[in-house]
Design a protein around this ligand. Sequence first.
Ligand code: IMP
Ligand code: MG
Length: 181
Amino acid sequence: MPADHPPYVIDQMISAKSIAARIESLAREIGTEFAGTDKLVVVGLLRGSFVFIADLVRELDLPVEVDFLEASSYGDGMESSREVRILKDLRGQIEGRDVLVVEDIVDTGHTLAHVTKFLQSRKPAKLRTIALLDKPARREVDFKADWIGFEIPDEFVVGYGIDYGQRNRNLPFIGKVRFTG
Ligand code: IMP
Ligand code: MG
């Protein structure tokens, strides 16, 4: 555990099995929404969405391309910076294409509000968003993802791609951080 974080344990909140089941059902809905498309670009927000996007695209029965975008957010702490900057842009063009943005968590809403505005300015044919987790109690800007995996209470969570101080991304489940010190 990094020395600058107080001691903590991780309590499981959502099992790997529940996540897998939820993704299957989300993929069916997404398949319906984008039925017939031959130009879907699935855009993962780095780094937290990398596990989710990997599982999600493997459940999608559609021709997909995968691209990544990185926006600044938390740094290594637990507080959102609120001022969102694009750190790494897409490699491909999205004008006239269908785009699905994949995020790990909607918290204050600043990140996805900014990212969707940024991507809309490139005139995609259709832009939709999905987040694995949603913490509606924390919202500061009006933003609603088109699909949400799970609504969760105001807890700091890790696992399944999501970190605390860059650790715990490799846990196969979602757990909440509980400080013990
Ligand atoms: P927002 O801009 O406040 O909606 O923040 C979204 C980003 O904050 C997410 O992409 C996560 O990287 C990060 N984040 C929000 N809540 C948590 C959490 O509970 N654990 C780890 N990262 C989080
Ligand atoms: Mg993030």
